[in-house]
Design a protein around this ligand. Structure first.
Ligand code: SF4
Ligand code: SF4
Length: 119
């Protein structure tokens, strides 16, 4: 997977500056589930990449930036990863069923028109 320079720069900024104080983790179940601390997570991204489920699991709520003493923008970095992943072909296998559902539910074959006629 080739991430953009912009995404890598965002991740590097966090990996190099995060002090692992974990303030952002206190109220974030996503970070609690997926990492020991953001510094390690973004370092891991730079060294070997991350499973797509990780950037896709961030709620993009921005709470981490508000409580971070350095105002590090984890949400923007996760969003940038997602944008790169989408360009690479929607890699989340789980979304394949959603794609099929969208196709079928808008297909004429499976769409009944109910005009409210009772006769
Ligand atoms: S933006 Fe993502 S990482 Fe930050 S607090 Fe919200 S869910 Fe957690
Ligand atoms: S609050 Fe900021 S410095 Fe502290 S662990 Fe989270 S991202 Fe790193």
């Amino acid at each position: 997977m080739d991430y953009s320079e912009r995404t890598i720069e965002m991740a590097r900024l966090i990996a190099e500056n995060c002090t692992s104080c974990k303030r952002c983790m206190k109220d974030c179940l996503f970070l609690q589930q997926y990492c020991e601390d953001p510094q390690k997570l973004f370092q891991q991204f730079l060294e070997e990449g991350l499973e797509p489920i990780i950037p896709y699991s961030c709620m993009l709520c921005g709470r981490c930036t508000v409580v971070c003493p350095l105002q590090l923008k984890l949400d923007e970095a996760f969003l940038a990863m997602r944008q790169d992943l989408i360009k690479d072909g929607l890699p989340l296998k789980q979304l394949k069923s959603v794609e099929m559902h969208q196709k079928l539910s808008t297909s004429k074959l499976f769409t009944a028109v109910n005009r409210g006629d009772t006769k």
